[in-house]
Design a protein around this ligand. Sequence first.
Ligand code: HEM
Length: 505
Amino acid sequence: MGFWINFGLILGFLFAVLFLADLIDKQGRLFRAMEKFPGPPVRPIIGSVEEIMFLNQGKSITRREYVMPNSENLCSNDLRVDTPLGETLPSFVPILAEQLNLRSERNPRTRSRAAAFDGGSKWLHRRRILTPTFHFNILNGFHRTFVEECELLVGTLDEHAASGKATALQPVMSRFTLSTICETSMGVKLASMAGADEYRKKLYEIGEILVHRLMRPWLISDFVCKITGYQAVLRKLLLPVHAFTTGIINQRRELFQRNPETFDDLTAEENVYTNTKKRYAMLDSLLRAEQDQLIDADGVREEVDTFTFEGHDTTASALVFIFFQLAREQTVQERIFNEIHALYDRKPQADKSLRPQDYAELKFMDRALKECLRLWPPVTFISRAITDDIVLADGALLPAGCVANVQIFDLHRDPEQFPDPERFDPDRFLPESVDKRNPYAYVPFSAGPRNCIGQKYAMMELKVVVVYTLLRFRVLPVTRLEEINFVADLVLRSTNPIEVRFERR
Ligand code: HEM
């Protein structure tokens, strides 16, 4: 009996403390400012935690509310699920995106795809080291890898076409993009590597765990993750991933140290692929930086992991939705095919192969791909920790210390910027139409100083795949839009397979 009285007293005391903390928090500047934004009701102590407690990834995307609790409120157990950039305030969405990108730091907790590997504090230093890696001369060198891998992809699709079966896009595209990113970032052919399948599998599992954590506010704290065993699971998954990349890096480091002169040949000024001994990889820039003591061995591995993580899932998601959309848009598809054919016709008989600069002539295809990325942005939202107060155009305050999300998926459907937003129309990207829009209305690769460093790489890869695929196949629809089960994941995904049929031309 005495035990229960004591227990009740302690419980009552704890409750009173929480209640008091909650009351004090509600008087705070941050809470008062955030209250002005639309969102679910905030209840005493629990805030609006029930809003996300029972939310699965599927529900969160159909409601167009991405779950990103305000970190300050969370600390006081007062969780508010806000969608300040949702449909309720479409008119200032682009301006807000602009302000966020220019004036805030990326929320470290939402370094999403890279979160497992990188804490974010070294960003500027690393970005400086990596920027030359994306010099257009180096990217042009990667073109050959894209084409070679594309030939393998087309071979797979041809088998599907011969059997008359539909193709589930996700597995084939993801295998393709992981192979290209491994070859361009680490200089190895994934197919030839022992442990590649294990590596691929673990990468997916890590992605799943990160999303799981992102969707569960009580797992924000590293401490809670530790005591609930989350950290241990993640660490176990990371072991083989790190072992795989470390093995490759060590081999390449050895090569680098033995033949630095070979690497010296690989300057951005020349065509790196003229060196037939080996191919340039992004890793080479990092090894050079390591030699100059600008980065240590762990840093090299972290950056390689980040590339691999950021560079394959996003591009695979883009390809899945590009082929899904092109299958629905037969007229657009034929127009792109004709444009590619016309380009080939203009090439001399002696050499019909495409060079990287040729893709600039495929202007309609460029617009169609941009329109695909508008409707189906692979990264559906980005998150910014607000570091300085931001006063919005309508006077509302985004106080320093809160977290704001740019819902790219919704932003791209703002009817003021994109009339009749669900309609697929590549001409939205005609120069005269682009000029009329707020430059921050379309941000599949984010914007500002922390935008996607791999943007040009990704666009070139997408173009190579579309060109080589459409030359060989007509893409026919199988999965209908209403059948897709969208989920809020690290990238735009569906829980059910998205299928098309590739028919030989
Ligand atoms: C269609 C494909 C891609 C899309 C839509 C995409 C989109 C994005 C977005 C929206 C961000 C900003 C994320 C944020 O602010 O939270 C980002 C960052 C990044 N992306 Fe991409 N990305 C793509 C492909 C790639 C590729 C191929 C690579 C590497 C080869 C890459 C490397 C990175 C890196 C390293 C960052 C972090 C940049 C930094 O923090 O400085 N991405 N990407």
